[in-house]
Write a protein that binds this ligand. Structure first.
Ligand SMILES: *[C@@H]1O[C@H](CO)[C@@H](O)[C@H](O)[C@H]1NC(C)=O
Ligand SMILES: *[C@@H]1O[C@H](CO)[C@@H](O)[C@H](O)[C@H]1NC(C)=O
Ligand SMILES: *[C@@H]1O[C@H](CO)[C@@H](O)[C@H](O)[C@H]1NC(C)=O
Ligand SMILES: *[C@@H]1O[C@H](CO)[C@@H](O)[C@H](O)[C@H]1NC(C)=O
Ligand SMILES: *[C@@H]1O[C@H](CO)[C@@H](O)[C@H](O)[C@H]1NC(C)=O
Length: 431
């Protein structure tokens, strides 16, 4: 009976949905008839915050400039003519940076090598378009893990020596190595990547370099443009924006601002700690921390060879974000536990103990890492969903800011002194 009622309710919703659909719907595939007077993209996105990209539309094309990767992407509706003024950089070009890349949209068969693109694709409901992933690409999302497990993995081509060519710059000339993804045998359209590449079919997705929190979230609009899912992106972004602004307003009355900073110990594979460092806070993070009512360390990066100098430098911090990695014997790093952290910073050895206890961040259990949600394959959700979900990220900062003695209720931040376990994600968690 309950089931029947639900079916009725969804039938009504479906009919309402159909009735409210605009006459000029967006295209979910190639079109078979081209009408030059038709606007193929009735739903449009624009970047309103400091996202690092801009987008302009014509009837059948979208011109996107990614100023972070220094690339231009010209997207045109599949089944309509490519714009004559696109001027894509030839695939054989040895140009370094500033490539113009031409692709037909919507994406229906694409490759992934970008964690934030993966998160955006999931939020947009475009998972079915993911048809391959780069060999070493890993995600935390259980359902995307499950999907990727069943898909082919692609390689990168590093160009054979004969494909490298001399390029003269002034009096010197050097070899330029070309890197591209191996898309051809699978008939893939493009790869979403992190870096701008000298390759006609890689698209860089860069929310981590946006200059503010809502600018990060706007990258869902960027990704959506490749799927003609602008309407969905605008709706999702509007939700993120309004929740963000409501949280920001609620935190604005915070009277006494706590101080927060980023630090790391520098340990080498033989276990020796060579020193300590304070990291510069990136602009988007400074914005987010300020919006949470926190005062972020605002200096440049500094390194220390003496623990007591380092302790002095962080003695005013109420909260510390740890960005250390525990080195593996053969390079790379692993996720540290509290025992590693406290020995890395010298909090647990005789010499440092008394001073360390007087550090407010230590005394108030307020040392965090952004790796609470991680995969067994060493992916962290920090690189994935939180790059887009700026509202939930601000929620974490407010949670951290308001805890009197450390919180264990943040979504992405793991409290180290309170020894929170990592939430390991695997495909078994996909429901
Ligand atoms: C665009 O297409 C998607 C499905 O392909 C649909 O969910 C969405 O509502 C459409 N938007 C408009 C404005 O028609
Ligand atoms: C990048 O390329 C465009 C043409 O595609 C050109 O107008 C522009 O000046 C170039 N910018 C840089 C920084 O080289
Ligand atoms: C560990 O490595 C560092 C430099 O990489 C070196 O200075 C130090 O002596 C080494 N320690 C041991 C115990 O091998
Ligand atoms: C993940 O890190 C562990 C060490 O913590 C390492 O042994 C393993 O090879 C890494 N896995 C991948 C897929 O990189
Ligand atoms: C890190 O801590 C774990 C246990 O928590 C320990 O097994 C490991 O040896 C530590 N790593 C280092 C490099 O001290």
């Amino acid at each position: 009976m309950v089931l029947k009622l639900n079916l009725c309710a969804s039938a009504v919703l479906l009919v309402l949905g159909l009735l409210s659909m605009p006459i000029a719907a967006n295209e979910s595939g190639c079109v078979s008839y081209y009408d030059s007077a038709k606007d193929y993209f009735p739903d449009k996105v624009e970047s309103k915050y400091a996202s690092g990209f801009s987008i302009a539309y014509t009837n059948n094309a979208k011109y996107i400039r990614n100023s972070i990767s220094g690339e231009t992407y010209v997207l045109y509706q599949c089944g309509t003519p490519a714009p004559a003024d696109a001027n894509p950089t030839p695939a054989s070009s040895l140009q370094v940076g500033n490539w113009t890349k031409l692709v037909a949209v919507p994406g229906t068969k694409i490759a992934l090598d970008s964690a934030p693109a993966s998160a955006a694709i999931e939020l947009l409901g475009a998972q079915d378009s993911v048809a391959a992933a780069y060999k070493y690409f890993e995600v935390t999302s259980p359902c995307m893990q499950q999907r990727l497990d069943a898909l082919p993995r692609i390689q990168q081509n590093f160009g054979t020596p004969s494909a490298r060519r001399r390029r003269s710059s002034g009096s010197s000339s050097h070899l330029v190595r070309r890197v591209s993804y191996d898309l051809s045998s699978l008939g893939l359209q493009w790869t979403f990547t992190t870096y701008g590449m000298s390759d006609p079919s890689s698209i860089a997705v860069n929310p981590e370099n946006a200059a503010d929190m809502l600018g990060k979230a706007e990258w869902i609009k960027f990704v959506a443009a490749f799927f003609n899912k602008e309407a969905e992106a605008n709706q999702i972004f509007a939700g993120i924006e309004s929740r963000y602004n409501a949280l920001k307003t609620s935190a604005a009355s915070t009277a006494a601002k706590k101080t927060i900073g980023l630090a790391r110990y520098n340990k080498v594979a033989n276990g020796t700690v060579l020193g300590w460092a304070i990291d510069q806070v990136q602009p988007w993070l400074a914005r987010g921390l300020a919006d949470a009512g926190l005062k972020a360390y605002s200096g440049d990066s500094v390194s220390f060879h003496s623990a007591s100098d380092f302790y002095k430098a962080i003695s005013g911090w109420d909260i510390m974000i740890d960005v250390s990695g525990e080195p593996l014997p053969h390079g790379g790093s692993t996720i540290p536990e509290w025992t590693n952290i406290s020995s890395g910073y010298g909090f647990s050895n005789g010499a440092g103990r008394d001073f360390a206890k007087s550090l407010p961040a230590v005394a108030h259990n307020s040392i965090y890492r952004s790796d609470l949600i991680s995969s067994y394959q060493n992916a962290t959700d920090y690189n994935e969903h939180l790059q887009i979900q700026a509202d939930a990220l601000l929620g974490d900062y407010i949670e951290i800011a308001s805890a009197a003695s450390g919180t264990t209720s943040a979504k992405w931040y793991r409290n180290m002194p309170l020894q929170m376990p990592v939430e390991w994600m695997s495909s078994a968690g996909c429901h």
